[in-house]
Design a protein. Structure first.
Length: 399
């Protein structure tokens, strides 16, 4: 299992993710990798569409090539490799598997900011690239990029090489997209961390709600942001005139749901629908396991949030030698973690999830992956946010 870390295109590392328990439990070799990020990983050093770029992705490819040649010495099988990506790492995994494009938006602007800040010429790509090569690394990293909110300064983009075309074009190619079995999933509130702590605790007023949604609309739909805002409020609920004690928290929850749908759920559903048409071994899950621990405010959250599944996948509740877990995880949490590891390792070995009899009592409380082989059109739970899953499709300009 090759784990590609996520969280951001600009920061993070594979080092904190400890796969020791998962390795012992599932008899797998767990590998984490590091790669260039931010300006060093995804700046396009030229103005042409075919200018060399995506150095972070090239680092990942180099790591996979090294593993193919050397993993046998560590007990691994070079012919049986499973990519596991979390957050932006899942996007990287998808790019590596099928080479779809990442949106081109903002990359030329970022390049111009970098060139201007470092006094580099932009007359020709060769002059610009030469100038950038002679820059001090600290100077590159300290360049300030002025960008809209919710838009990364640097991200994978079309370079006609590593990423040759738009994702929709490549994913609609069933022979290309159907080569691999896929399992993918979401938590119930993927964008929980996007709001400041005060908003998470006390909620949002109408003007705060509208400002966040308007900024997001500008980032994802360049035209008619006010129209997009009105449509979001129409679909997800505008509580004006219905003031109650929980009015502000309703606004908060609505914003989190809309942003989660737009940034994660809608793109994933599109991916799931396309892949399920190409390959029957297509699984999706919704991680909705209620956490035993309270959050930082001392309250029990009702929904799972981004990243909350990782501790169960990596077997943290089973590792008492490293963590003081007596007050954090009970026996049910331990069994649940075993079930998660069982599913992941079964998928890595045989291409589909398998639940042994010992976990049958848990299935009723777990959002079990659903195979697309029975009905591709019903890949997802029919009742998963049925009323409010009219999500904003990223980049489509439609609701």
């Amino acid at each position: 299992m090759v784990f590609i870390h996520g969280e951001s295109y600009e920061w993070n590392s594979g080092n904190p993710y400890d796969g020791t328990v998962l390795t012992a439990y599932g008899n797998v070799v767990f590998v984490t990798i590091n790669f260039r990020l931010g300006i060093l990983g995804f700046l396009r050093p030229g103005t042409r569409d075919d200018a060399a770029s995506n150095f972070g992705l090239l680092d990942q490819i180099a790591a996979l090539l090294w593993l193919r040649e050397n993993i046998a010495a560590f007990g691994g099988d070079p012919n049986s490799v499973t990519l596991v990506g979390h957050g932006t790492g899942a996007i990287f995994a998808n790019l590596l598997l099928i080479s779809p494009v990442a949106n081109n938006k903002g990359t030329t602007i970022s390049l111009r900011y970098v060139a201007h800040a470092l006094n580099c010429p932009t007359t020709t790509d060769s002059d610009l690239a030469l100038c950038l090569r002679f820059q001090d690394v600290e100077a590159l990293l300290n360049v300030k990029i002025h960008k809209p909110k919710y838009v990364p300064a640097f991200a994978p983009l079309v370079d006609r090489a590593v990423i040759p075309d738009k994702p929709i074009n490549l994913m609609e190619n069933t022979q290309l997209f159907g080569r691999f079995d896929l399992m993918y999933g979401v938590t119930e509130s993927e964008k929980f961390h996007i709001l400041p702590p005060i908003a998470l605790l006390h909620g949002l007023l109408d003007n705060q709600r509208d400002e966040i949604l308007r900024d997001h609309a500008k980032a994802t739909h360049e035209l008619e942001p006010e129209l997009v805002l009105s449509k979001i409020l129409e679909h997800y609920g505008d509580f004006y005139g219905e003031f109650t004690d929980d009015y502000a928290t309703k606004n908060r929850d609505m914003v989190l749901e809309a942003l989660s749908d737009s940034g994660t759920v809608a793109p994933l559903i599109m991916t799931a629908n396309l892949h399920s048409r190409a390959n029957p071994n297509s699984y999706m899950y919704v991680f909705s396991h209620p956490k035993a621990m309270q959050d930082y405010s001392g309250q029990q959250r009702q929904q799972t949030i981004h990243g909350e599944e990782l501790s169960y996948v990596l077997g943290v509740p089973l590792d008492e030698s490293k963590y003081d877990l007596r007050t954090r995880y009970n026996i049910g949490e331990t069994l649940f973690s075993e079930a998660m590891m069982n599913w992941w390792c079964s998928f890595a070995y045989i291409g589909y999830k398998h639940t042994s009899n010992v976990y049958c009592s848990l299935v009723g409380s777990i959002s079990t992956p659903i195979s697309a082989s029975a009905s591709p059109g019903k890949l997802l739970y029919e009742d998963y946010r049925r009323k409010t899953r009219k999500a904003v499709q990223e980049g489509s300009g439609k609701l």
